[in-house]
Design a protein around this ligand. Structure first.
Ligand code: TLP
Length: 345
């Protein structure tokens, strides 16, 4: 049976074109800066994001951590959202490995941080207080319904931060989803910020890797941070080759993932006992009402028996992620399975 995997866009495998490019990649030792394929991917990423330089790293987690290590010193503070991936899902690496403090402010439903909250969180010159160095945003904001932050909002945060002498980092794991959803060039989403990471291995379907983009001097520091984290890869062009194909072929089609997420959400919302959150990109959340005869675990088990992977995240709640492996037929099959499992047939 064909399995419909709605757990994450990280489950996508490399496309045949990526495997072909990987097999024939020209490689060298990237720690010496001698891998031509990695160098090409880094140039492409920097140009695409409108930044001076870029760095290929193993994962989004490493991209965010290396960026924070490059921006901050021991005891420095980073303002970030309480629903941000860096705060919730990266093992507190900034504190564990970087002695950097998170100062969390509430993410609003649309993923934004209120400018007033950011401004109130900025420390003064008092000797008792840590130094604020950085504001970190996430775009799209995974845990806030995959919502995209607009260019105008990002620019307003950058203006505020720069006025106080702070830097701005964007965890843009899914920044191309944001750009496609907003119909804007990705450059506009990061124009005023100092660094951005984006992932090749989520909706863009490369097997491994993320990029950090920023100024030449910042990328020099991030390169040092990557090395101390054990992320200095050697003939990494094998992986970078897939990343190049990802950037060349997988960005525009993200719109299809967004349409399918909308269609699936609309179908689920029509079922009694199911409450569905807003859909902006390829991620949405839904929950089963208390009156629903099944709890989340039983619903997930029943779907799994029908070849659909969608584990519950809370007692009755779910996250759905569409990607290039989910087609229209999979959306229909998932809806039919939900109808069946909920006894609505
Ligand atoms: N997110 C994964 C899980 O870790 C939750 C997922 O399935 O969504 N930033 C954001 C916004 C992310 O969503 C993720 C991964 C990361 C960073 C980390 O990327 P990786 O997994 O490459 O370290």
């Amino acid at each position: 049976m064909h399995v419909i995997d709605l757990r994450s866009d990280t489950v996508t495998h490399p496309t045949p074109e990526m495997r072909e490019a990987m097999a024939h990649a020209v490689v060298g030792d990237d720690v010496y800066g001698e891998d031509p394929t990695v160098n090409r991917l880094e140039e492409m990423a920097a140009t695409r994001l409108g930044k001076e330089a870029a760095l290929f790293v193993v994962s989004g987690t490493m991209g965010n951590l290396a960026s924070l290590l490059a921006h901050c010193g021991r005891g420095d503070e980073v303002i970030m959202g309480d629903r941000s991936h860096t705060f919730l899902h990266e093992q507190g690496g900034l504190a564990a490995l970087g002695s950097i403090m998170p100062f969390v402010v509430p993410n609003q439903h649309d993923g934004t941080l209120l400018l007033g909250d950011i401004e109130n969180a900025i420390r003064g010159a008092d000797i008792h207080e840590p130094r604020t160095r950085l504001v970190s945003l996430e775009n799209t904001q995974n845990a806030c319904n995959g919502s995209p932050l607009t260019p105008a909002y990002v620019a307003s945060v950058a203006d505020l931060a720069h006025r106080y002498g702070l830097r701005v980092h964007v965890d843009g794991a899914r920044i191309f989803n944001a750009a496609v959803a907003l119909g804007t060039d990705v450059k506009a989403l990061v124009a005023g910020v100092d660094s951005v990471t984006f992932c090749l291995s989520k909706g863009l379907a490369a097997p491994v890797g993320s990029m950090i983009c920023g100024s030449g001097s910042f990328i020099g520091l991030a390169r040092r941070a990557r090395k101390v984290l054990g992320g200095g890869m050697r003939q990494a062009g094998i992986l970078a080759a897939a990343g190049i194909v990802a950037l060349e072929t997988m960005v525009d089609r993200l719109a299809d993932d967004h349409t399918r997420a909308s269609n699936l959400a609309r179908g689920l919302a029509a079922l009694p006992g199911v409450s569905v959150g807003p859909v902006y990109t390829n991620i949405f959340y839904f929950s089963l009402d208390a009156a629903c005869p099944l709890d989340g675990a039983a619903f997930a088990d029943a779907l799994r028996e029908r070849g659909i992977l969608l584990p519950n995240r809370g007692p009755r709640s779910f996250r759905v992620v569409t990607h290039c492996w989910i087609d229209d037929e999979d959306v229909e099959r998932t809806l039919a399975a939900a109808v069946d499992v909920l006894g609505l047939a």
